[in-house]
Write a protein that binds this ligand. Sequence first.
Ligand SMILES: [Fe+2]
Ligand SMILES: [Fe+2]
Length: 406
Amino acid sequence: MASAKNSARQRAAPTLPFTALPPTEVFAVEDTVVQFTWRSLSGGSLGCKVHHRSGMEAIELGDVGACGAVDIEGFVAGTETTIDVEVDGRPIAQHEVSTLDALAGPPIAKIATVSDLHLGADGFGLIRQLREPNGVEPYPLRCAKAAVREAQAWGAELLVIKGDITELGMPDEWDLFDELLDDVHIPVLAVPGNHDTAAKRGALDAATELRRRNLFPEPVAATDIGGVTLVMADSTVPGRNHGRLGRSAEQLAQAVDCGQPAIIFTHHHLEPRTYPTIWPPGIRKSDTADLLPALFEANPDLVISSGHTHRNRAYRHATGLITEVSATKDYPGVWAGYTIHTSGLRQAVRRVAEPTCAAWNDRTHAVVGGIWGRWSPGRITDRSLNHAWTRTYPSTKPTGQVAASN
Ligand SMILES: [Fe+2]
Ligand SMILES: [Fe+2]
């Protein structure tokens, strides 16, 4: 692992001047916890002074290495706090942090999502690909393993995988997926992505592979986890990059018409404009023009979350919420945690903290001259947010079954 970190330091790609990233950042906030990240620290002992209203708390993180992340606890919900960052007692940065409000009512569930694992990929970049040397655990598997390990340590009770599990759907890539599932000790739900259904010669059928692992019962599959319904929706079109959901309108409307909050997880993002403005292509607006009004009429407390764009974005739609969450294995390299209460939902997208993963993901910020590193993370409000349901729901006991993890 050390060689991967060293390589990441040695082979930094050139970037444009305005794309430089700050050495420290508050990447995620919840109500009482924030994720603090760092990069390119040349050494020394890292410390923070957290200026709570009740007084200052000094936190020593020690000699942390070049890249990494840590959760800092003890914040007060819905407050603003200043964090002073020091290396060897020397101030290097100051952050103003606004924690999210506490969600009212009892919690229903904690679930985590990952997407765009691209198991089997060996390089990242548009023109000149960034790669790692042979002899280290390949970064897609390494980052995916670290993401699910960190999500489970956070307390996730269920893992959702939103597609692009493999790079090309090849048999050895599905073997890597089995290796990942060996590290998952909570139930798993999954949908394929366009890379899993790219229809390359020698590739396996993604739906068959997921069904074989009890992860994908139907193209639209609803699971009740006791107060919230999780709807897994297959958006793939075999051999094509773009996605479709309109063909499943009837099943989706039935699935979300459940009298309680619902979350649709799918691979492709919903294009908000008539013509696509970014790469890769998602689900055309024409495909969802009739679908979205029907879904939000069936359930005003609906959240739709996708992957595919490898970026973080969030916006409100009608009474609901639509989010895109970035990949595990390129900058910023994340997983998402959803804390669901009877009154609403909190999304917190965290960077994968394992140091060799953080080092690889940091290195990939340099793609497109560094513009990737400014574009893909989104704003903190795209990553960390509360979303209130239109009413408070009763807490119920689980009535559904979720698939075994392997
Ligand atoms: Fe992807
Ligand atoms: Fe994709």
